[in-house]
Write a protein that binds this ligand. Sequence first.
Ligand code: HEM
Length: 438
Amino acid sequence: MTTMTTPIALKHPPSAGTGGREEIRNPLRFFMWLTQTYGDIVQYRSSVEPAYLINHPDYVRHVLQTHGQNYNKDTFLNKYMLESLTGQGLLTSENPLWREQRRLIQPAFHKQSLPKFAELMRQAVLRALDRLDAAADAGQPINIAAEMMRLTLDIVTEALFSFDITGQADEIGEAMDTMTTIGKPRHRKVREAIDLLDRIVYAIIDERREHPQRERDDLLNMLLDARYDDGTPMPVKQVRDEVMALLVAGHETTANTLSWTWYLLDQNPDAVTQLEAEIDAALGRRVPDVMDFQRLPYTEKVVQEAMRLYPSAWSISRRALGDDEIGGYFIPAQSIVAMSPYTMHRHPAFWDEPERFDPERFAPEKVAARPRYAYFPFGGGARQCIGNNFALMESMIIIPAIAGRFRLQRVSAERVEEHALVTLRPKGGIWVHVDRRA
Ligand code: HEM
């Protein structure tokens, strides 16, 4: 029998004291400073409550995976911000509800189920290519970050409820933007945004319940058809929460990943040359399908590297339920434990020249040589992103489709700053000229 080590025998992590204002002003810089000054584990006082930042793959594995049952998502971000919109959807719910819901929803995101989403993704990309064609004709620069938001919203609403958002894209996009930018659930504008999204989502659910569309192979039908073990269907409010959770989790995260990819490519002309050569050889001007992915290995490495430098979910946090020990350090019950893919993906022990863009870091032998949690853009353990393969598939269709036809050139060479809201956005967007490739 093993005995639990007493807290007295354990070290306490170093304490950085108050983050306070600095953290609010620039949480990314604050996290980088914490890891560079104090190392792989540090206690800090966030603006809300005491917390620990852990920045070693073994520690992250401990919290997300091997000791995941000692942690839940009772954090400021989840309880205060996200829950006001997504209620008890997958993103924020806890056991036993979470386990049951995840079991019901998981099959829709299995690798075998994904190809059916490829076609709707390709259709959405064709609409985006038309918009880019128009921009090329007009010769006016566009904000490619806004275009990526529109495109991923188009895709996620099609996948969720076969719903063509073209008519309401601006309204929905704006409501989601208000939500995530202001981040205060009681703010009048946020309430209005939530009400608007609620009206749209409930209207779609009601319409589908009144007029079932059996032939539809979308997530809404899947949620409505799902049955718990006792044979009961999912309550309508729960369906609404799951839809909202998938909308929120699946839209902006993917858009940011794509936007940062365009930004990094613009700064790395050699990578553009290699990417275009791969796309031209594999596809010509076709929009790729699932069968093409294996012939686009460089494209995939580019996306992985973009998610290393700019992980959309830049901070993941948990609350400890009981006292714990991480790497010999004592973590008291109720503590917040924060993990940041942004800082981990720059950890000098696992990444050479961390600031350099180098897709070859994701060559299979290099990946195999790194600890699993040196790279975790989608989190890990039981609560790993359910949409990870969906998002990768989206990227593998969108990037070759656009880069095969157009070259995007930034209007200015200035560095784009990170805006660390709930997700990591490019501040001010990314403005580019859209040129047709010869
Ligand atoms: C590049 C794009 C994406 C990134 C970087 C990303 C990242 C993440 C991360 C880090 C988590 C775990 C959060 C935590 O442990 O606290 C997560 C959870 C989740 N993601 Fe994603 N995500 C992406 C795309 C998507 C898409 C496309 C969907 C759905 C269509 C989606 C749906 C979800 C859901 C429902 C959860 C909660 C899972 C659970 O707790 O069971 N995500 N995502």
